[in-house]
Design a binder for this molecule. Structure first.
Ligand SMILES: [Zn+2]
Length: 433
């Protein structure tokens, strides 16, 4: 039955045998989990392969694995082919997972399969978001394959959802039953397509509206200054903002003690940021969001952290992001949705994450097409900055936004014969003084 899917998929990519450059013959397809694997063989040397369909991270790192030897051939960074080889090695003992199918066909002849399975939360979120655009096309049915932990993001506009009850840690294994579930769902379609699910998709406000129809992203520019501004501190205990206290300096201590000291350093940094910012901007309130509550925060911070995340928690947090004028956090997948819904972002980047810069941010280019406005709103700082630097940046984001907008945007409309705003004269000083 899978072979018939392959013929309906009609792969238009050509790949040659990495051993002898002979043409590959495609035989079958397997929805294995994170990858979609094409079973194929070389027309010349007859070596059998599993070729990773060009979707998801296989777009970045094309990979083909020899079935008999497990030898991988790739074009890109090595982590992905190594992961794929380990995943294929689990084929004989795949991860058991309950698979639930909900929804139904809209009667279209084409199904587009959006495979969102992954082993990293951020990858899953971006794959889901990348597939929402197809659900707004009335001429195709969308079949979205998601793990249970991100299924809350999938809107009712998606025709058919295949929910796979496998944790993120199972996303790097072969998932039992998934192939037959997808095969069964697309059985009746004349045409089947695979969504490319690029790891950094182009996203629009329509995509955000799909996942949160009643939630408008925070409007950063030209927003009234009156009232309270909310700043969200996005905290996690597996990746800490220790500021100037570096883990390396504590390396002689036991690991647990080092972690405790780093958590305390993060808490101290947060307390200092609150104190420093509120001293200069009294109309600011802080909220803490994230997983882990091993260390109490000052009472001046509304603490919404939790030790377990439910779908209700996720939705409540989404509301808080949209209420926030600024969100602050260490680089990571937990920054994706906050950056999409909050007004401005301070992203604290560890040195080892430099190759991944901006991958954790969702910047909606249709609403922020001006690069200099984006540079103002999305601040990426080294993670070893202290509370004083973060506080200065928060204050600047709050106090300098209006001036920046006038300087960068509004004055471009000037005609040369007028000012574009009313003038209020202020006496500068007394020259005789
Ligand atoms: Zn060959």
């Amino acid at each position: 039955m899978s072979a018939s899917i392959l013929s309906r998929l009609n792969p238009s990519f050509e790949a040659s045998c990495p051993r002898c450059d002979g043409a590959l013959v495609y035989d079958d397809i397997h929805f294995a989990g994170t990858p979609i694997l094409v079973e194929c063989h070389c027309s010349q040397c007859h070596v059998a392969y599993l070729l990773d369909w060009p979707a998801g991270h296989a777009l970045l790192y094309p990979t083909i694995v020899e079935v008999e030897t497990g030898v991988a051939h790739s074009d890109g960074r090595e982590w992905y082919p190594r992961l794929l080889r380990r995943l294929i090695a689990t084929r004989e003992h795949p991860t058991a997972a309950r698979t639930d199918v909900r929804g139904h066909s809209s009667g279209n002849s084409t199904a587009i399969v959006v495979n969102c399975i992954d082993f990293l939360y951020g990858h899953c979120v971006l794959k889901v978001l990348s597939g929402l655009r197809y659900a707004r096309d009335p001429d195709v049915d969308v079949v979205m394959v998601v793990q249970k932990n991100v299924s809350w993001l999938v809107p009712s506009t998606v025709d058919i959802v295949i929910e796979v009850n496998v944790p993120l840690s199972g996303g790097d294994t072969w998932i039992a039953g998934l192939d037959s579930a997808v095969t069964s769902v697309v059985e009746g379609y004349e045409f089947v397509q695979i969504a490319p699910t690029p790891s950094q998709p182009y996203l629009t406000n329509d995509d955000l509206a799909d996942i949160a129809p009643r939630l408008a992203p925070s409007a950063f520019w030209n927003s009234p200054n009156a009232g309270l501004h909310q700043i969200a501190l996005l905290l996690r205990e597996d990746r800490l903002w220790s500021g100037r206290r570096r883990a390396g300096a504590l390396r002689l201590l036991p690991r647990d003690l080092t972690h405790q000291l780093m958590v305390r350093a993060q808490t101290r940094n947060c307390a200092n940021v609150v104190r420093q910012v509120q001293r200069r901007c009294p109309n600011v309130q802080f909220v803490a969001i994230g997983l882990g509550r091993s260390h109490p925060l000052p009472t001046s911070i509304r603490d919404l952290r939790t030790t377990t995340i439910t779908q209700d928690t996720e939705r409540d947090w989404l509301t808080e992001y949209a209420r926030s004028r600024v969100v602050v956090g260490v680089h990571g997948s937990h920054m994706l949705l906050p950056s999409a819904f909050a007004g401005a972002v301070i992203d604290l980047l560890p040195p080892h994450k430099l190759p991944n810069i901006a991958q954790d941010l969702i910047v909606i280019s249709s609403t922020e097409p001006e690069p200099k406005l984006s540079l103002f709103r999305y601040r990426i700082l080294p993670d070893n900055v202290g509370a004083d630097v973060v506080s200065e940046v928060i204050v600047s984001l709050l106090e300098d936004a209006d001036f920046h907008y006038v300087n960068m945007i509004r004055n471009r409309s000037a005609t040369g014969v007028e000012w574009l705003r009313p003038i209020v004269w202020r006496r500068l000083d007394d020259p005789a003084a």
